[in-house]
Design a protein. Structure first.
Length: 440
């Protein structure tokens, strides 16, 4: 598959995944085409060597694994971790309000988005609702309005003369409600919004108990540049890493590998990962232990397997922007279309250390993939990833990597076409050819 085809596949994946809950559903659809079996955490697992399995926790985190033919104590786990969530605006529980003839939806800021980029965009809503079915059981249902539904219009420059000098600043409580509709005098705002959800979901409004709804940009992903060498879409951070890991795993030669392979895609990374389904929760540890115990290993064997394991923490990286050279360490500028980035921070904001850095560089060289190294400016706060969290919880070696992109946490991010294929290739090499038993 060409680099352009791989990115088109990515754009289709993102456009079908406007929320973390939809992202997991998109992943699941691909897994079913490869005969993966869904496991339930409340049921005893019967695992077979060579079996293909996945587990979903609370609809928006998923762990996928291929049970190895070789003994786990000899191979360890090969893990790629990423996250399904992106920063943005989430709809509040009592969202609808009327003011001056307009119906607006109140929002809460999720994570650290570039809020100004949400203005003047064709926004819609996607997520899940929870309701009681005819059997009086609470169940969840995905919803996606798809069409432009909401807007956050900018204030005219005539009323905000300093916007081009001082930047757009929006008060998070007062100036972020999204305009939904004109409001008839007899209309109750919350009843109107509930009716809208009913129409979209097909679920009676009185049965709906709660929702998780995110505002998203309805503009589809595109290629751009004189040679179409770049691409743009929402949620590249971090659905691009999820997609790359999944494509690497779903390769015939990788699936036939004798080792135990794992992809772990978590929700809640953008807000610190501290939840029952986040990377700072028990999800991955629970699944790995059940894989070990289900393969007739004891707890000592499990500890031995972890000691031979390795995780690639994949999250997007800061591509060099020539308009803002002072934002970067001049000796660590990473460029789009020049290959995956190994992210290094001595304060362990990234999980990379000397050996794991060398190992990933070696895998790149074996795969014929260029690579780059990134270190943040000393006078700017450095972000973090799931890497340090999961590495510490499990006691396993890890490296933090990612493809360079522009405008991280904007509603519209951009990256290089070549890099996505490079990342898939080196992830495939990690899964397919590396014997982690030689870590010592």
């Amino acid at each position: 598959m060409s680099a352009r085809q791989q990115v088109q596949n990515l754009l289709d994946f993102i456009d079908a995944s406007p929320s973390p809950w939809h992202a997991v559903k998109s992943v699941e659809t691909q897994l079913l085409a490869f005969q993966f079996v869904k496991l339930n955490e409340t049921v005893k697992w019967q695992l077979q060597p060579g079996g293909r399995y996945y587990v979903i926790r609370d609809d928006s985190s998923i762990i996928i694994f291929v049970q190895g033919q070789r003994p786990l104590v000899d191979t360890g786990f090969k893990i790629i971790g990423a996250h399904t969530d992106s920063p943005g605006l989430r709809i509040k529980p009592n969202a609808a309000s009327g003011l001056d003839g307009l119906l607006r939806l109140g929002v809460e800021v999720y994570g650290g988005p570039i809020i100004a980029t949400f203005t003047d965009r064709d926004l819609s809503l996607a997520g899940r609702i929870s309701y009681k079915n005819n059997q009086n059981v609470i169940v969840s249902l995905l919803v996606n309005f798809e069409r432009p539904l909401l807007r956050l219009p900018n204030l005219a420059i005539h009323m905000n003369r300093a916007v081009n000098e001082e930047g757009l600043k929006l008060h998070k409580q007062n100036e972020l409600p999204l305009i939904l509709s004109t409001l008839a005098e007899e209309c109750l705002p919350q009843a109107y919004f509930s009716e809208l959800i009913q129409q979209q979901s097909g679920c009676d409004a009185e049965r709906i108990l709660s929702w998780d709804l995110a505002a998203y940009d309805t503009q589809k992903g595109v290629f751009w540049g004189a040679e179409n060498e770049f691409y743009a879409d929402s949620q590249l951070d971090n659905l691009a890493s999820c997609h790359a890991a999944l494509q690497a795993l779903l390769d015939d030669s990788v699936l036939d590998n004798d080792n135990t392979l794992v992809c772990a895609f978590f929700d809640h990374e953008e807000i610190g990962s501290e939840s029952n389904k986040g990377a700072d929760g028990s999800f991955l540890a629970d699944v790995l232990e059940r894989i070990a115990l289900g393969s007739e290993n004891n707890r000592e064997d499990f500890a031995r397997a972890l000691a031979k394991s390795f995780m690639v923490s994949a999250d997007m990286a800061h591509g060099y922007h020539p308009n803002f050279p002072l934002a970067y360490d001049p000796d660590h500028k990473v460029t789009v279309n020049k290959g995956p980035v190994i992210k290094v921070n001595v304060n362990h904001r990234y999980s990379t250390e000397n050996i794991s850095q060398a190992m990933f560089a070696d895998w790149c060289e074996q795969a014929g993939v260029p690579y780059q190294k990134y270190s943040h400016r000393n006078d700017l706060a450095c972000g973090s990833t799931i890497g340090p969290i999961t590495s510490a919880r499990l006691g396993i070696r890890s490296v933090d990597v990612g493809n360079p992109l522009w405008a991280m946490h904007s509603i519209r991010e951009s990256a290089g076409v070549l890099d996505h294929g490079y990342m898939i290739k080196v992830m495939r090499k990690f899964f397919d050819d590396v014997n982690l038993a030689n870590l010592d």
